[in-house]
Design a protein around this ligand. Sequence first.
Ligand code: ZN
Ligand code: ZN
Length: 346
Amino acid sequence: MTEIKRRVLMDKDAPNRSTAIVNGQSSNVLNWDDVRFSWAYPKYKKMLGNFWTPFEINMGTDVKQFNNLTDEEKKTFKKVIGLLALLDSVQTDYAGKVADYLTDSSLNALMIILAQQEVIHNHSYSYILSSLVSKDEQDRIFDFWRTEPVLEKRNEFVLKGYEQFAENPTIENMLDSIVYDVILEGLFFYSGFSFFYHLAREQKMVATSTMINYINRDEQLHVDLFVKIYKELLEEYPEYDTPERATKVEGIFREAAALEIEWANDVIGNKIDGLDVEDVEDYIYFYANVRCNQLGYERPFEGYRKNPLKWIKAYEDVDLGKTDFFEQKSRQYVKVNVQDNGFDDL
Ligand code: ZN
Ligand code: ZN
């Protein structure tokens, strides 16, 4: 059991560029041109390029449309927002805890930006709900994680993995917690996302789905960052890169997919016109395969190599550097200051 030490605040005798991903030496001074990992600075630029805030998004049309949603759509809408609010809250804190144990100051910096983005995600849920429902209702939705049994089971699954690391920071526990992280950021959001994209495809609640889209885009970068850290850990501690670990991770993904499917049946089921829960299930298997494979392991589910919800692609693959998101045809909303957002310069 290799324990991981916290990064020290300052070390006069250590170099600015750290000597290891964890348990190394680092002065803790951040010079972006003198960091351990060559991917850190490009990642930093990408994360900054994603910057957005809910204030930029006009909820006017969504406010009018919300009352015209079916009761089931409204119910699902609220449940999914309630779920996301919990996940992003926990994620903010987890990112901070991981940051404390990464030796290189640039990785600490990336974790802090990641955590800041999670704060914005939570802000967007408050912003969406305060536009659409009463304060009492908003408070109730933010408490769903306490009262919904399916949700509780699913959250406990991830939290267990996070807590183990928080309470006992060893290499093994950090590796495991990153697997749970990739599940949280790369799988547990996804049936929720599919619901909002489905609404957007029908020209409903487009402002909300725009925020969901931005969150989705952030999460893609977050998953990639954690995957990189996972792989560097295994590189520096190859004794943990074992067939047993592969089997363990694949098992965790199977369990995660089962929980996510249970949740999808609860919130989407066959209640949402035009969105088949069977397709969402396939989408979950597909993403479980993608994420497990990103971490360097076999895909746990035979088949499921292609995204069964093809139309989601258009929403997922938004990259402000390449596509002009605001010109996408399915989007009709007002965004202020499009010209001065600076995205074009990045
Ligand atoms: Zn988030
Ligand atoms: Zn995230």
